[in-house]
Design a protein around this ligand. Structure first.
Ligand code: NDP
Length: 324
């Protein structure tokens, strides 16, 4: 038996329970890992609240972690007991130990810290596909990142700057502005006090940006369309403030033949080769100094409810690790 954080019903942070569960032996294609660290991601709050409903309860939630392989399924030949591995987008992470499909695991280079990787892998792979695939950021681009001091936000800022872009980032406080700047953001806008559309227009000489990366959603999405230059791309990748209202497609014509996409990491890493290529690109960007893994909060796994409260009240910056 091991400890895990499970939900028995959807709801607030109080539904996160510290339960004992049986993990069992790995089946075909699976391994069991002893987890040394678990990542906290915004999607965990959607699974908890029911914004994303789970079909079978009780369930262990959490999507990312890292640890050490401790048992192999009968046919698994690509890994061995003792290997250090990490993963993202595999539900069931909030546990001391878990079963997982071997083809979802990324071997960790020896120089990567397991806690930092668990906390940042999902967010790092997200920054990778957003900057390198959804819209390919070019040197000389000026881009807008919403919630620039968050987990994904800081990674987007540092990586986009490394790619030669000028980064404008929105933030919820002066401290967050300083942090975003320290991670590569050239211009910050406190969108709780300032009109971010007017500031983006000012900073781009009225032209607008080619791409907006928006993980905030409800409070920023429609206004963000006004920050785009003609034929610009709105990348709505999350809904920290809630889901935006349905979009009238006519607006895209009226505002300059705009594009909108609502991507998810699951699609971009569904094939093993895509997952491995994305991870290799991320690890390379970290090793060569362009991107930093910033873990600013640590909670014991049993205190995950406190971590959810902090994340949802905008009290966190960068990434957060849960320690089993
Ligand atoms: P963050 O660390 O960015 O936390 C969310 C931030 O959003 C807050 O710190 C806050 O920053 C800002 N925010 C603005 N309004 C609100 C609000 N009403 N309530 C709470 N937060 C608010 O989280 P993550 O880095 O984990 O995730 C960022 C976004 O990316 C999320 O929407 C998540 O779902 C999405 N995501 C999407 C993926 C995909 O593939 N589609 C994959 C990974 C993440 P401030 O105070 O500065 O405004």
């Amino acid at each position: 038996m091991v400890h895990a954080i499970r939900i028995h019903e959807h709801g607030g942070p109080e539904v996160l329970r510290w339960d004992e569960i049986e993990v069992g032996e790995p089946g075909p294609g699976q391994v069991r890992i002893r987890q040394t660290a678990v990542g906290l991601n915004y999607i965990d709050t959607y699974h908890r609240s029911g914004a994303y409903k789970l079909p079978d309860l009780p369930a262990v939630i959490g999507m990312a972690g890292s640890g050490v392989v401790e048992a192999l399924g009968p046919d698994v030949t690509t890994l061995k007991v003792g290997d250090r591995v990490g993963y993202a987008m595999s539900i069931g992470a909030y546990a001391e130990s878990r079963l997982i499909a071997a083809d979802r695991l990324v071997p960790l280079p020896s120089w990567l810290d397991e806690q930092a990787t668990a906390a940042t892998l999902l967010q790092g792979l997200t920054a990778q596909y957003l900057l390198r695939s959804t819209y390919v950021v070019q040197p000389g681009d000026t881009i807008l990142v919403q919630a620039a001091a968050g987990g994904v936000g800081l990674l987007l800022c540092s990586w986009a700057r490394h790619l030669g872009a000028t980064v404008i980032g929105t933030v919820g406080s002066e401290e967050k502005a300083e942090l975003a700047k320290a991670h590569g953001c050239h211009h910050t806008i406190d969108y709780t006090r300032e009109d971010f559309v007017a500031r983006v227009k000012e900073l781009t000489d009225g032209k607008g940006v080619p791409v907006v990366y928006d993980g905030v959603g409800k409070t920023t999405f429609i206004k963000g369309l006004d920050c785009l230059r003609p034929r610009g791309l709105m990348v709505l990748f999350g809904a920290a403030s809630g889901a935006p209202a349905p979009l009238d497609l006519g607006l895209l014509a009226a505002k300059g033949s705009l594009y909108v996409t609502r991507p998810t990491l699951a699609t971009y890493t569904a094939k093993r080769e895509d997952l491995m290529a994305s991870a290799a690109d991320l690890f390379d960007a970290v090793k060569n100094g362009g991107v930093t893994f910033t873990v600013n909060q640590r909670f014991a796994l049993k205190d995950t409810a406190d971590a959810h409260r902090a994340l949802e009240s905008r009290a966190t910056t960068g990434s957060t690790v849960l320690v089993p």
